[in-house]
Design a protein around this ligand. Structure first.
Ligand code: F0G
Length: 359
């Protein structure tokens, strides 16, 4: 049987890959677009979820990393470097090791999720914890790449954006047109930029009939694109998007303009509530940053900004298993401890509230 071959093979005609490009792939892309009845019922819209946690390292970064690492190897690079809130480092580590080159990753000390830290180490990255935030790490990674023989694979590298635009191609193929709205988390705004590019190319090729309105969301404690100024000390439970000075700021503003889009800010409590709605009503487990797409949809819908019957796609960017601690807390922040019983069927039945009889 034929299997999905990764975005560089599948979209070779839409990307800068030639016979000389060594394709470094772990089978990324081809992720499910899932119809979410529960979110559709809540909003009146037709809501689909693009589940990017299904990529090889559990986030959308793999789409960009296959492209960035392939082009780096084509250019003769022996090492790549990135700054990261966790997912980029996990992805860079996996693709670099697959290519037989080194990955150096700079992460903010104590501020990345355990699963992501484990991934980078498992894939043998040179992981360095910086006593600063993500924005400091990115400044340093850029300076290192400018002055030392290491290839930068953050989304300031256009190859990353190119690879990531393929998610929009997949959505248009499934829906047979672009959606009316696309909701997406925003940190550096690389992915917001990438989807806009992908949708724009589909429209220009005559494959779709419209551009979706691109609605991007940042955590209230780190929302520079909403407030219009750099946030020096960004804070949020959504550690993946704890970014105060987005690298793709100008591109993002242009994308918002071109799509009649929107940037909104969401409080942490609403992010965690949306994470719970998605895991309990739809069956998709995501990390907090990803749940902001859901929170954004609910907020905009309540504000009367999402017409009934609109087709809506939400990108959920990273898998819940990367950062599971939030699922083990209730809405008040208290720990959830599953019931403990002795080895006793009657006791289990009683805890489950089951009365005796056949099903
Ligand atoms: N969602 C997740 C799970 C992320 O990891 C990121 C970015 C974003 C959304 C935002 O994407 O930056 O293109 O706007 N994570 C980067 C990292 C910063 O280092 O893993 P963006």
């Amino acid at each position: 049987a034929k299997q999905w071959r990764g975005v560089l093979h599948e979209y070779a005609d839409r990307l800068d890959v030639t016979a000389k490009t060594p394709i470094i792939s772990l089978g990324e892309g081809g992720t499910p677009l899932i119809y979410a009845s529960a979110l559709s019922a809540r909003t009146g819209a037709k809501v689909w979820v693009k589940y990017e946690g299904m990529n090889p390292t559990g986030s959308f970064k793999d789409r960009g990393m296959t492209m960035a690492v392939s082009k780096a190897v084509e250019a003769g690079a022996k090492a790549v470097i990135c700054a990261s809130t966790g997912n980029t480092s996990a992805s860079a580590a996996a693709y670099a090791t697959h290519a037989g080159i080194t990955a150096a990753v700079l992460v903010p000390e104590g501020k990345i999720a355990m699963g992501k830290l484990a991934q980078a180490i498992a894939h043998n990255a040179q992981l360095i914890q910086v006593q600063g935030n993500f924005d400091d790490c990115l400044d340093m990674a850029r300076e290192l790449a400018a002055n030392y023989p290491v290839h930068l694979v953050n989304s300031v590298n256009n190859d990353r954006i190119e690879g990531q635009k393929t998610a929009a191609f997949e959505i248009v193929e499934v829906l047979e047109d672009a959606p009316d709205f696309h909701f997406i988390p925003v940190g550096n705004a690389g992915n917001y930029t990438a989807y806009t590019r992908g949708y724009t190319e589909e429209l220009e090729r005559g494959i779709s009939t419209k551009l979706p309105r691109m609605f991007g969301f940042q955590a209230a404690g780190s929302a520079p694109l909403v407030t219009g100024h750099i946030v020096k000390h960004p804070e949020t439970v959504a550690s993946a998007i704890r970014i105060g000075n987005p690298a793709s700021w100008e591109l993002a503003l242009a994308a918002r303009e071109a799509t009649d889009g929107y940037f909104g800010a969401i409080e942490d409590a609403k992010i965690l509530e949306a994470q719970r709605i998605l895991s309990q009503e739809v069956g998709i487990f995501v990390e907090p940053a990803s749940a902001i797409s859901v929170a954004g949809l609910l907020e905009r819908s309540e504000a009367g900004q999402v017409p009934a019957d609109a087709t809506v796609v939400l990108t959920v960017t990273g898998h819940g298993l990367k950062d599971p601690q939030w699922a083990l807390r209730n809405a008040d922040g208290g720990d959830i401890t599953p019931t403990i019983v002795p080895v006793d069927v009657t006791e289990v039945a009683s805890v489950l509230g089951l009365a005796k009889g056949s099903a």
